[in-house]
Design a binder for this molecule. Structure first.
Ligand SMILES: Nc1nc2c(ncn2[C@@H]2O[C@H](COP(=O)(O)OP(=O)(O)O)[C@@H](O)[C@H]2O)c(=O)[nH]1
Ligand SMILES: [Mg+2]
Length: 380
């Protein structure tokens, strides 16, 4: 396997290519100043969006947050104080702006809207409802996010829910971005962050779901499911295609770039591409080395025994089953490492070093157990 060299890869560039291929949903964030819009965005997508994403003021008090680090575009509408009459101007403004975008390119259209209403105000105004209705009339899937739930008691909360449901029928999700852990624990039965995120994903076209899920802070299980069901299959198919093509090159040369793209795609989905450039090249190198080792083993029948449909006496060349199976196994192994690392990060345990999670022995272990589990199945 002398033709596999880590230094042949520019991992950062591979990552950028992968990221550029991910379609970004456009999410409109509405509500009065102080309603808690920024806090909602920070909670769901992580603090880096509103602060590091370059806020680009568009016309009339609408700020676009987009950055190459994140695969959603957020449109934050600022512009009226709670209870102020200016809200009608705000509504007309947003309505006009959406109308203009509609006439533009498909990629620029608003795909969904989150209308934030602060529970702390203890009322839902007719104007709030009217903005929501305007969005609904434009066929923009719209949810009401009832923010600052920690500021009301149970009866007030029920009253607000009733006002929203009678007033506009939009799905309504109660949230609190209160920083105190004890407050969050007390509110846990009522807070609906997960339901909001599920709704926000469900209303998107399939082609936009990946960008959304990959931009979430946390939600490791959602990410794991996406990687398993949508991302790894792209690369197993590509690997099988390469193995099926009679090209006079070593299979390794052709398969390696597929493993590298897959690895970068998985890192991106977990949001770990933002941890450090070091991690990117560390994981890239690990995967190149691991894939090289597996290919060598498969050529000497080491792993062939473990792969369904391939007898120990199979031919010497890497066939399509071998190529796609070991791609799937490495993908699954890396996904597991990423999930464990992400959980540690989001649970606040501050991992000492990423080599606790990404290391060739750990990856080999995951790969082997994946192969064992899938030995009798065909769902590779
Ligand atoms: N108690 C409480 N305060 C909140 C919550 N969410 C936001 N805030 C506070 O409300 C204020 C306005 O929030 P912000 O997210 O900036 O609102 P925006 O103007 O709509 O973007 C800030 O001082 C926040 O700290 C919450 O869930 N509970
Ligand atoms: Mg704000």
């Amino acid at each position: 396997m002398s033709d596999i060299k880590v230094k042949n890869f520019d991992f950062q560039r591979e990552l950028e290519k992968v990221a550029a291929g991910i379609r970004k949903p456009n999410i409109l964030i509405c509500g009065a100043t102080g309603a808690g819009k920024s806090s909602v965005v920070n909670w769901v997508f992580g603090k880096n969006v509103a602060t590091t994403g370059t806020g680009r003021p568009l016309t009339r008090g609408i700020t676009e947050y987009s950055s190459k680090d994140i695969s959603v575009n957020l449109f934050d509408t600022e512009g009226y104080e709670i209870g102020e009459e200016k809200i009608s101007a705000y509504r007309d403004n947003v309505e006009k702006w959406i109308g203009e975008r509609r006439e533009g390119a498909l990629a620029g259209q608003i795909h969904e809207a989150w209308y934030c209403i602060s529970a702390a105000n203890k009322r839902v105004t007719d104007m709030d409802l009217s903005v929501v209705q305007t969005l609904q009339e434009k066929n923009i899937p719209t949810a009401v996010v009832l923010t600052q739930l920690d500021c009301v008691d149970y009866d007030e909360y029920q009253e607000l829910l009733r006002a929203v449901s009678e007033g506009c029928g939009a799905p309504c999700f109660a949230t609190s971005a209160h920083a105190d852990r004890a407050v969050q624990e007390a509110l846990a039965p009522y807070v609906q962050w997960d339901a909001l995120v599920d709704w926000a994903e469900a209303v998107l076209d399939d082609s936009l779901k990946e960008g959304f899920i990959g931009s979430l802070a946390g939600y490791v299980q959602k990410k794991q499911a996406l990687v398993t069901k949508k991302i790894i299959p792209i690369y197993t198919t590509a690997a099988a295609g390469v193995a099926a093509t009679p090209i006079p090159f070593s299979d390794a040369v052709l398969l390696e770039p597929i493993q590298v793209s897959m690895a970068m795609h998985i890192l991106r989905t977990y949001g770990l591409d933002k941890i450090s450039e070091d991690l990117i090249s560390f994981v890239g190198s690990l995967v190149v080395t691991q894939a090289g080792r597996m290919l060598a083993q498969s050529l000497t029948a080491g792993v062939l025994k473990m792969i369904p449909g391939v007898g120990t006496a199979a031919g010497i060349a890497v066939n399509t089953v071998v190529a796609s199976t070991f791609t799937a196994a490495i993908g699954a192994g890396l996904s597991q490492s990423c999930a464990n690392y992400s959980k540690a990060v989001f649970e606040g345990s501050k991992p000492q070093s990423y080599s606790e999670f990404f290391d060739s022995a750990i990856l080999s272990g995951f790969v082997e157990s994946w192969l064992k589990e899938h030995k009798n199945g065909k769902d590779t």
